[in-house]
Design a protein around this ligand. Structure first.
Ligand SMILES: Cc1cc2nc3c(=O)[nH]c(=O)nc-3n(C[C@H](O)[C@H](O)[C@H](O)COP(=O)(O)OP(=O)(O)OC[C@H]3O[C@@H](n4cnc5c(N)ncnc54)[C@H](O)[C@@H]3O)c2cc1C
Length: 296
């Protein structure tokens, strides 16, 4: 893939090698993990740099909005398995690390990222991962970066795995146990349960989807609008809070307010602190944020 522009070099130079700094994306989740604590804000490069439909990959500036990327990919019948509110950027979605609601079909967000061109705390550019799917030797740095809230490195450009947009897509809902819905369907994109009603998103080729719709109709499910989910998140503990909706199979509960931070063992917290200190000894990357202090 050829890039041939100076956008990464300009980003590296903007990040520099001293002073507290963070990337501001669409700021749709700006307070996450503690906020920016007055760190200098920089922007990641914007734009699609190389689209390789045959390779099913796209190279894109991390500051590009998910909407712009989706629009460009749709022309080729492709998409990436990422989601976020209006205005959110590729880099922000990766740094926050929430998987899409359709994760049962499109996969976890960590699986979308093949390569990340970053600037480290020392102001030096480095590349994690590689442009092809089977590329990892040694530690998988791309996976570390997803969900790290920009505390390990600042991401300027990425190569993402793309996938075909499903030909057919339909939401159904009914007062049926989610287990029955799972037994009756093949790879539903999403299964949601509000304690009484199960909603399911079916995607795929028309004939396959039609067949599953018929099967589910016999169980009592009918076509429905996509469910509107509350903005907060929590971990499934076996009980649904008021107004909560369980993302079945993901262990995530969409609820009116975020739950508190997840319980993480002391050993993991110690390891994470050592890792952060080794990536960023002077503590200049997103100093106000702690990926472990936020809701699930
Ligand atoms: C189905 C779904 C629904 C969602 N709904 C919501 C919702 O309703 N509300 C919500 O707030 N979120 C939601 N999210 C999470 C969403 O993915 C993120 O909020 C959003 O994508 C963050 O993008 P942003 O550009 O606005 O990031 P920002 O808010 O700008 O930044 C968030 C964090 O990422 C860091 N960051 C940004 N860009 C980079 C970069 N290039 N390199 C390193 N670090 C970087 C920032 O420094 C900060 O720590 C949802 C996600 C999914 C999958």
């Amino acid at each position: 893939m050829t890039v041939g522009d100076g956008r990464m070099e300009a980003f590296r130079s903007e990040v520099g090698d001293s002073g507290a700094v963070c990337v501001r994306g669409g700021a749709t989740r700006w307070g996450v993990g503690g906020g920016s604590a007055g760190a200098r804000e920089v922007s990641a490069p914007v734009g699609i740099m190389a689209l390789e439909p045959a390779e099913m990959t796209v190279m894109v500036g991390a500051g590009t909005t998910l909407t712009e990327l989706a629009g460009e990919l749709a022309v080729h019948g492709l998409e990436v398995g990422m989601d976020g509110p209006q205005g959110s950027t590729v880099g922000g979605a990766l740094a926050v690390g929430r998987s899409a609601l359709r994760r049962r079909r499109v996969g976890q967000i960590a699986d979308v990222l093949l390569q990340a061109d970053c600037v480290g705390a020392d102001g030096v550019a480095f590349t994690a991962g590689g442009p092809t799917v089977k590329n990892v030797t040694g530690y998988d740095l791309c996976r570390l970066l997803v969900g790290s809230l920009g505390t390990l490195a600042l991401v300027g450009r990425v190569i993402l795995r793309t996938r075909p947009v499903p030909v057919c897509s339909v939401w159904l809902a009914g007062e049926v146990e989610p287990d029955l819905v799972l037994e009756a369907t093949y790879r539903p994109a999403s299964v949601l349960w509000d304690g009484a009603r199960t909603s399911v998103l079916l995607e795929g080729h028309g004939a396959d989807v039609d067949q599953m719709v018929e099967t589910l109709a016999r169980l009592g499910l009918a076509a429905a609008e996509p469910p509107v989910l509350a903005p907060g998140r929590g971990r499934w503990s076996g009980l649904l809070p008021d107004g909560g909706v369980l993302e079945v199979g993901a262990g995530v509960v969409h609820q009116p307010d975020d739950s508190g931070p997840p319980i993480v063992s002391e050993g993991v917290l110690n390891l994470a602190a050592r890792m952060r200190a080794s990536f960023d000894p002077s503590g200049r990357l997103n100093p106000g944020r702690d990926p472990y202090s936020r809701a699930a």
